[in-house]
Design a protein around this ligand. Structure first.
Ligand code: ATP
Length: 920
């Protein structure tokens, strides 16, 4: 072997040295400098562990000046190689091997194999399996739906699938209270992150819910959000503090009167923004609040937006429209038109019913084609004439399995002391309020009743809600200090940590509080379904707030019927309000999305009755009841029916759930995990049915295995076990342990070059075969999301002596069973001999793979055109009814389609693994 100064060589004994350059040649010694590690080594020329680096046509090379080329030809001059190739701009350049970047990783399988860097056959098999699993996941219809530690509830799985797979989703999640909007948002975020559709997420929730969100995201989705509060923002930071994290959780209060902070938040660039309890965003036709304006600016700058609210119309139809406008300004551009459209919902609902029954409606609106298949036609009606793709609302009526609600009225005598205090409606509703101390506790009969009642209930827990913080504090003091009842208070005067501590004390099963006394802030978002007694110390003057209060207990996970207790003073404003809620609105037995609208309609008659009940009250109750029945019926058959059609398609949801279960029932994950553990030196031990204990060992390949704790990690593959045992990691293909470990295989060279021998009947000894694994490699800007249409698509070829592909005759698994390892010195000797043969076979294998690639690319382009084309069609159709959609938006979609097509057409093959097999 002749060494010449300037030649590039690699050490096959130590691949980490990078690319060496010969700096001195003596009669029997050669000195090589390795610039990447700053080392110089001298070897005896005889038997030096060095391999000459020769790039081939089609290889990517880079120079120290940052030039990147794809090699088109190689020439040798005075012992040095000159590479000619094309760069990104299709320019042709020639560089000497002297100019090559020393940091080159010899990761291409062919280079590693020919340079004598062999991996174990087990690692090769692991690599092949990794690409197969990755590809299967990219294609899976349930991708992004498997990883959450949640029960598989159809309405949630449907929404997560429907929204999570969208590019830049913009929707209002408005399921009724307690049906799992937080969980749906978590599922969507998980899916978006996993599929690379979003990287930077911002979640804004009211302060009292911050911690609950933080915990839910972590325990159910393994999403580690960084909590941004005053304390965090007080820490010194270089530049924009929001740039330092990818997943940020904060409350909108943090930005009130803080223009600089708002600017930083806006500048931080988010892919997806989530706003919980979005009904708080202040908006009216006259003016919008600072919080609304902040979200409006975020909404205009960020591609994705999820708004969450159980009571979208809490502040009326106009503010509901204002939120829809944030999501899709082109669809919701005129409040007047929106109000007009709402009146038509009944018509669309009837039309959908006809289509479902197989009839063709006579009065299909313009722009719709009666020949379109009915399910698509229904979607088009929903999209163009309902709230379609932007609003999802599931109701208890549609999601079965909820417990009953029972109202218990507890009338109490009206104390004389209050007679003087009740001057107006506010003090009539909250007669304790005018007292500036807690002296009212001594004579208000509700207090004595509460004390006795809680003692009777023992040990059952009860949540007490009242409107005001002062009332809650006084009550809790009394219960705790005077009555000896284990209790805690939850109100706005407490810090977030104190609130969470109080909630945790209430939740504690063994030594916890029997009761939690909350002000109104406890009526929103919190999970208290471990209790089933709710005591409403007073009633709010807003039906949606009442529903929110009941929803603390009446939510997913509630095991009992919900008992609602209302102590009230006879003859008081609260007494009349209770009657109106019970007998007029029927608000205690079932939730009513039109509660606020009905309230507004009757407010003029109701409010005076609360101050002073007259003989007209009974008529008011009867009128309200009639109107409520009629409204509920109208909603059920009109708007709610449209929403139901849009919010969950039970058959589709069931198919998805079956798909998830099928994947969970298979042994593939267990087998793959065991192979990973074997390769990375992680010990695995049986824990119980469906669970393993993983422990690090001294022989760990990388010194690190993702999500493996030093003391070991117990994992389970069983969803039910995962839900019951939070101490175990619920392992799915989407758990970060798996995702990161697969990435460790995928993005490194582990297993990409191997050599082995086999005995095969009928094939003469000494025959060489090459087992190659190619994947599709498409380099495209991330925002195009090309992998949606063009997954990795691994191709395995097993080329024999004549270049024939035997892959289907000798499957990979069978080969793994037969293959035997070859000792390194023998392997090196073999490689030297077969070098040119390998090159020739690789060329044959590559041309076969390229032929397959052509088909894959054609199919991918067709799929892309059909999916994005449908989006374009939708926009064009919407433009017909809504001139606010600009031509540029359509042009942009056209541009996207063409860009995707260009990148798909330019996709190439990437050799991911290569195994040389010799028959013996
Ligand atoms: N699929 C599920 N599996 C297990 N628990 C769930 C599931 N969905 C929801 N839950 C639990 O049910 C409760 C209600 O869910 P969540 O908080 O998401 O509801 P919500 O609709 O956001 O409620 P609210 O209207 O009060 O804001 C939570 O305790 C949540 O953990």
């Amino acid at each position: 072997m002749e060494y010449i100064v300037g030649q590039r060589w690699v050490s096959h004994a130590d691949a980490q040295l990078g690319l060496g350059v010969v700096v001195e040649v003596e009669p029997r010694r050669v000195t090589v400098n390795f610039p990447a590690v700053g080392e110089e080594r001298t070897y005896a020329t005889d038997g030096a562990p060095l391999t000459r680096l020769r790039f081939q046509e089609g290889d990517h090379i880079s120079t120290t000046n940052g030039v990147e080329l794809i090699v088109t030809s190689i020439e040798e001059r005075q012992g040095l190689l000159l590479y000619t190739g094309t760069d990104h701009h299709e320019a042709t350049l020639t560089v000497s091997e002297l100019e090559l970047d020393a940091y080159v990783q010899l990761t291409t399988p062919q280079q590693r194999l020919l340079n004598g860097h062999f991996d174990k056959n087990g690692d090769f098999a692991l690599r092949v399996a990794t690409f197969e699993h990755l590809d299967r996941q990219q294609r899976s219809p349930v991708r992004g739906l498997m990883g959450s530690r949640t029960s598989l509830l159809p309405h949630q799985v449907y929404i997560a699938h429907e929204v999570g797979q969208r590019f830049a989703p913009r929707v209002l999640l408005a399921d009724e209270v307690g049906l799992g909007k937080t969980i749906e948002a978590g599922m969507i975020m998980h899916q978006q992150l996993l599929c690379g559709r979003a990287n930077r997420l911002l979640v804004m929730v009211p302060e009292p819910l911050l911690h609950q969100w933080l915990v839910e995201m972590l325990r159910r989705f393994n999403l580690h959000f960084a909590l941004f509060d005053e304390e965090r923002l007080a820490q010194p930071s270089d530049g924009n503090p929001f740039d330092s994290e990818q997943l940020v959780l904060c409350s909108p209060q943090l930005f009130l009167d803080q223009p600089e902070r708002q600017q930083q938040l806006l500048d931080a660039g988010w892919d997806l923004v989530v706003v919980d309890e979005a009904h708080h965003l202040h908006w009216s036709e006259e003016e919008s609040g600072a919080d609304y304006r902040l979200v409006e600016t975020l909404a205009s700058r960020c591609p994705g937006l999820l708004l969450l609210t159980a009571t979208p119309e809490q502040l009326g139809q106009a503010s509901h429209f204002a939120r829809l406008r944030l999501l899709d300004p082109s669809r919701f551009h005129s409040l007047e038109q929106f109000i007009e459209e709402e009146k038509e919902y009944r018509r669309w609902s009837d039309m959908a019913r006809q289509l479902e029954a197989g009839e063709v409606p006579a009065d299909l609106p313009a722009g719709l084609d009666a020949a379109t298949p009915p399910p698509q036609l229904i979607d088009q009606i929903l999209d163009r004439h309902g709230t379609g793709r932007v609003l999802f609302r599931n109701t208890r009526a549609a999601v079965s399995g909820f417990p009953q609600r029972h109202l218990h009225r507890h009338p109490l005598p009206y104390p004389e002391e209050y007679a003087l205090a009740s001057l107006d409606l506010e003090s009539g509703l909250h007669p304790e309020r005018p007292y500036h101390d807690d002296s009212w506790v001594a004579f208000d009969p509700r207090v004595e009743w509460l004390e006795k009642f809680l003692k009777q209930l023992r040990p059952a827990k009860a949540l007490v809600i009242c409107a005001h913080a002062d009332t809650a504090v006084a009550l809790e003091h009394h219960l705790h200090l005077r009555a000896g009842i284990r209790s805690a208070a939850f109100y706005e005067g407490l810090s977030i940590v104190e609130r969470d501590r109080a909630a945790a004390y209430f939740a504690d099963e063994i030594n916890g509080a029997q009761t939690l006394v909350c002000s109104e802030i406890g009526s929103e978002g919190r999970n208290f379904q471990f209790a089933h007694h709710l005591i409403l110390f007073d009633l709010p003057l807003n039906p949606d707030l009442l529903e929110q209060r009941i929803g603390r207990l009446d939510r997913i996970g509630q095991q009992h019927d919900v008992q609602i207790h209302v102590p009230y003073l006879e003859g008081s404003a609260q007494h009349s309000l209770l009657d109106w809620y019970e007998r007029g609105l029927d608000a205690f037995s079932e939730s009513c999305s039109a509660g606020h609208m009905i309230f507004q309609r009757f407010a003029e008659r109701l409010l005076p009755q609360l101050e002073k009940r007259t003989d007209d009250f009974e008529q008011l109750l009867a009128d309200t009841a009639d109107f409520t029945v009629e409204t509920r019926r109208e909603l059920r058959e009109g708007r709610d029916r449209l929403l139901e059609l849009n919010s969950c398609k039970p058959e589709q949801a069931q198919q998805l759930i079956d798909g998830i279960r099928e994947r969970e029932a298979s042994d593939q994950l267990l087998n793959y995990l065991e192979a990973l553990c074997e390769a990375f030196g992680v010990d695995s031990e049986f824990h119980s049915e469906g669970a393993l204990i993983l422990r690090p060992t001294e022989q760990m390949l990388t010194g690190h295995f993702p999500y493996l704790r030093d003391e070991g990690t117990t994992v389970t593959f069983d969803r039910d076990k995962g839900l019951a045992r939070e101490d175990m990691a619920f392992l799915t293909w989407e758990h970060p342990m798996l995702v990161e470990a697969m990435d460790m295989v995928h993005s490194t060279e582990l297993g990409n070059a191997a050599i082995g021998t086999i005995k095969l009947k009928g094939i003469p000894p000494g025959t060489m075969m090459l087992e190659c694994l190619f994947t599709v490699n498409c380099v495209a800007p991330r925002e195009l999301q090309v992998e949606r249409f063009l997954p990795l698509s691994p191709m395995r070829l097993l080329v024999d002596a004549r270049g024939k592909d035997l892959a289907h005759l000798v499957p990979h698994a069978r080969l793994n069973e037969l293959v035997e390892r070859v000792k390194k010195p023998v392997a090196l000797a073999i490689i030297k001999q077969v070098q040119t043969d390998v090159d020739a076979k690789m060329a044959l294998a590559t041309s076969q793979a390229e032929a397959r690639l052509a088909d894959i690319l054609t199919e991918a382009e067709a799929e892309m055109r059909s999916a994005l084309g449908a989006e374009r069609e939708r926009l064009a159709a919407l433009r017909e009814v809504n001139p606010a959609i600009r031509q540029e938006e359509l042009d942009h979609l056209d541009y996207r389609i063409e860009e995707c097509a260009v990148h798909i057409r330019h996709a190439g093959l990437q050799l991911q693994a290569l195994r040389l097999i010799l028959t013996t």
